[in-house]
Design a binder for this molecule. Structure first.
Ligand code: FAD
Length: 542
């Protein structure tokens, strides 16, 4: 019997599992596909400081996310890294000079931003010297402030691994919850299907939390408790172009002609650009990126960086995700609050909806405080207070950001002697942190050309330490290569396919299916069709 079953292995469920297990609860987490395969691998990948909340005057929230950002950076300094953001101030733009200066100042104060992370206001010349690709006409200056960048899928996986390895949680991917078990009309467990083995299982427990993001209402419906507030799904698209083609020096948050703002973020060998914000009612398991959405982002980018003139042929990869927002009557997708909310049904189902990647740790704390209170009331047993502010995530045992840099330099020296380029050191450390040691040990035991040996070592690590169960688990959510290094997949996929076939004992049919699914995902990320329903798309703007 488990104390708690968590449904959903995105960042919200992962954070909840770690919080509960670290307080001493016996926890099982079930995820219907791969961990982080929902929204938590498809965000802008920023641990925000909450600037937009300041604009909406949600002061408490600014303070909370500012504090959260600092905590999450400390828990995994290799994975949550400082990324200076440039906010160009343009004639007639969203932010005026004085308002931005005041806003960023208040924001630093509220969010407790310190030292070199404090905001700076830049003159027109200083702004252009930070980012020479910016358009110069109409440019008045810039705001320069700190954001933090992460890899959402890896953050999810490291939370889960910490819950399992350090605190004995049980987690299963490819295990879909189909129904609930009730005792005296109170939830007492779940019925699930192991999708890889085709087996049914039941898991009994005292409490169930549904952290199913865009699927929260489905579970409430199964529980017959879908009443009152509902989810509203908003789609966000990102596109990826090679850094060589868009040699952006630094992350920029900029105005686009339809009045919205989007990000362009350099990340090792690529730059990613996003996002859109439109209502979505289609298939939640397979979210297409339409040609019109790509063109919208390209035109917006070309407008702010007129010297580069990107075309659709430059787009190397892309992704689309769904924001699980809580519906508010009369508001557009981009106006709706990103706040989280907990729903409790009469049967005892606890659902958490809304929220942000940035706030995952705090959301988990709120949910487990509630579960612990109910536990005490019903069973008389107490669990301690939240401990996750002091639990470093796996791979993240670094003193601070400077220690991460030193480690990267050390790895760079080491891998150069193996014939790998310096870029791989950054890639390895930002993905795997200190776990890079295990990967390099394996790498040294393989007799292949360096890039092939490296990917084989990574695949080995993710199968045996991170439950990678399909080719896409590896190329997408463990290594990030589907988005950030798509060309490398074409050169390395056979080696990974051979090894995974071996490790996971795939027969010929499964092997073929795996290859097809990877090819399909590459196609979907890089080739774009026109939408059959242009009415729900963002409008191209120039
Ligand atoms: P999900 O990640 O979707 O996880 C829910 C999981 O539940 C899924 O993996 C799903 O497969 C599983 N599930 C569903 N039904 C079942 C079932 N029956 N049985 C078992 N499992 C089930 N936030 C930020 O802080 N910073 C950003 O930069 C940012 N950018 C964003 C950009 C975009 C385009 C989008 C869409 C969101 C962005 N967000 C950002 C928000 C953030 O990504 C989400 O709030 C967060 O990822 C939601 O995580 P989740 O775990 O609640 O949902």
């Amino acid at each position: 019997m488990f104390d708690l079953v968590v449904i959903g292995g995105g960042i919200t469920g992962a954070g909840i599992a770690l919080d509960a297990a670290s307080r001493g609860m016996k926890v099982a987490l079930l995820e219907k596909d791969d961990y982080a395969s929902g929204t938590s691998s498809k965000s802008t990948k920023l641990i925000h400081g909450g600037l937009r909340y300041l604009k909406q005057l949600e002061i408490g929230l600014v303070r909370e996310v500012g504090r959260e950002r600092a905590i999450v950076h400390e828990l995994a300094p290799h994975l949550v890294t400082s990324e200076k953001m440039l906010l160009p101030l343009i004639e007639g733009g969203t932010f005026g000079e004085l308002a931005t200066s005041m806003g960023l100042w208040v924001y630093d104060l509220l969010a407790g931003v310190e030292g070199s992370d404090r905001r700076m206001m830049l003159s027109r010349e200083e702004t252009l010297s930070k980012e020479p690709l910016l358009r110069s006409d109409g440019l008045k200056g810039g705001g320069y402030y700190a954001e933090y960048r992460t890899d959402d899928a890896r953050l999810t996986i490291e939370n889960l691994k910490t819950a399992v390895d350090k605190f004995g949680a049980t987690t299963l991917n490819y295990c879909q919850v189909d129904d609930f078990i009730y005792d005296d009309e109170q939830i007492a467990g779940v019925k699930a299907t192991d999708k890889l083995k085709g087996e049914k299982l039941t898991v009994r427990c005292r409490f169930v939390v549904s952290a199913t993001g865009p699927w929260v209402d489905d579970l409430r419906k199964i529980d017959q408790s879908l009443k009152g507030k509902r989810l509203f799904l908003s789609k966000g698209v990102h596109i990826v172009v090679p850094h060589q083609r868009f040699p952006l020096r630094q992350a920029v948050y900029f105005d686009i002609p339809d009045g919205r703002m989007i990000f362009a973020i350099p990340r090792q060998r690529i730059v990613y650009i996003g996002t859109t914000d439109t209502p979505y009612k289609g298939d939640r398991n397979n979210i297409p990126v339409w040609e019109e959405e790509v063109v919208y982002l390209l035109e917006a980018t070309n407008n702010m960086f007129p010297g580069i003139q990107l075309t659709i042929e430059d787009v190397e990869s892309s992704w689309a995700g769904l924001r699980p927002l809580i519906h508010e009557e009369g508001k557009s997708a981009s106006e709706m609050s990103r706040r989280d909310e907990i729903f409790e049904s009469k049967t005892g189902l606890i659902s958490i909806a809304g929220g942000k990647l940035t706030g995952y740790r705090k959301m988990a704390e709120k949910v487990i405080d509630l579960v612990a209170k109910k536990y005490r009331g019903q069973y008389g047993e107490s669990f301690g207070k939240n401990k996750t502010t002091d639990i470093p995530l796996s791979g993240g045992f670094f003193e601070d950001a400077a220690a991460v840099e030193q480690y990267v330099a050390q790895i760079e020296k080491r891998i150069r002697s193996y014939g790998l380029n310096a870029y791989r050191a950054q890639y390895l450390v930002s993905n795997y942190g200190k776990q890079t040691e295990l990967i390099l040990d394996k790498f040294q035991s393989l007799n292949d050309e360096a890039e092939i040996a490296l990917i084989r070592a990574e695949a080995w690590f993710t199968v045996f330490y991170e439950s990678a169960s399909t080719l896409l688990d590896f190329f997408n959510r463990r290594s990030g290569r589907l988005f950030f290094d798509l060309p490398s997949i074409r050169e390395t996929k056979d080696a990974v396919l051979n090894d995974m076939t071996d490790y996971l004992e795939w027969d010929a049919t499964r092997r073929e299916l795996e290859e097809q699914q990877l090819d399909q995902a590459i196609l979907q990320a890089s080739v774009f069709e026109k939408s059959p329903d242009p009415s729900v798309l963002p409008k191209a703007t120039t």
